[in-house]
Every structure is written in C-alpha cells, then in structure tokens.
Design a binder for this molecule. Structure first.
Ligand code: TYD
Length: 135
C-alpha cells in the first residue's frame, strides 16, 4: 500500500567546498540498484509517470529543483513534495504513480530495482485496479 512508501534521508557530507551524498545498495536503499534514469528538461505544466508497476521498486530523488510525486494503491493517494537532493521517497512494488508540478530546471533522479521491462508496466489505470483487486 502507499503506507509502505517511506521518506529516506540520505547522508550529506557537508563541507565548505560543497555537499556530497552517496547511496549504497542495501544501506540507504532497501534493494539492489540495477538501473538509474533521470528526467530532465521537463516542460512546464507537464505530468509524467501516470503508470503502475508490478515488481519494480524505486527510490525517487529531486536532484535539482522540485516536483510532486503522487502514489496511489487503488484505495489511497499520497503526495510527496520533493525538493532536496538528499531526500528520497522509496516506492515498493505494486503502486501507481504520477509526477507533476516540476519546477523549471528540475531533475527527477530514479534508482530502480530492475532493468527496464515494459511488461512490468500498467499503462491503464483500470487494468491496474483489476490486478490490485485480484492480488
Ligand atoms: P516512461 O517510464 O513511460 O516514463 P514516464 O512515465 O515518466 O513518461 O518512459 C518513457 C519512455 O522511455 C518509454 O518509451 C520507455 C523509455 N524508457 C526506457 O527506454 N528505459 C527506461 O529505463 C525507462 C524508465 C524508460
């Protein structure tokens, strides 16, 4: 459910010459990272995501700028406003998600537990709800 999402505060190595954040498998992320991708040059007013995943787990971070992440388990929606490069939201498997309110120049950085697999996606909300109800 959406209550299995968690906000993960990543360590910040703060120095006068700037900050550094490191993420390690099984330490700051509760899965082994198999893939990294990032959304950038996102036009104003755009909504991304708008799909569900069966198995994929993710850690989503606003590396720059800010945006809203809306997670939905078919019953409950939760909105996270992400705006710091050392704070991520962990998404367990089996959730629907949407991303919107991207600030200009924002970067949505995603650590993912599996390689890209289109068959893991629900592109249709009704199909997602049907799968959830059978689980
Ligand atoms: P998608 O996951 O649908 O992004 P969003 O929901 O944010 O719009 O991916 C957009 C396109 O990018 C889609 O055609 C698949 C492709 N893609 C990859 O090739 N590899 C990846 O790792 C991801 C996440 C997407």
């Amino acid at each position: 459910t959406v209550y299995d999402c968690s906000i993960i505060t990543l360590p910040k190595n703060h120095q006068i010459n700037g900050n550094l954040t490191a993420v390690s498998n099984g330490v700051e992320v509760p899965f082994d990272v198999k893939r990294i991708y990032y959304l950038y040059d996102i036009p104003g007013g755009i909504s991304r995501g708008g799909h569900g995943h069966k198995d994929l787990q993710q850690l989503i971070i606003a590396l720059s700028g800010s945006f809203d992440l809306i997670v939905d388990d078919g019953n409950v929606k939760r909105t996270f406003h992400l705006s710091r490069p050392n704070i991520g939201v962990y998404l367990p498997a089996g959730l629907w998600r949407e991303l919107n309110n991207f600030s200009s120049g924002s970067i949505c950085f995603v650590l993912a537990s599996t390689e890209y697999d289109e068959s893991d996606y629900f592109r249709n909300y009704d199909n997602y709800l049907e799968w959830k109800s059978l689980k």
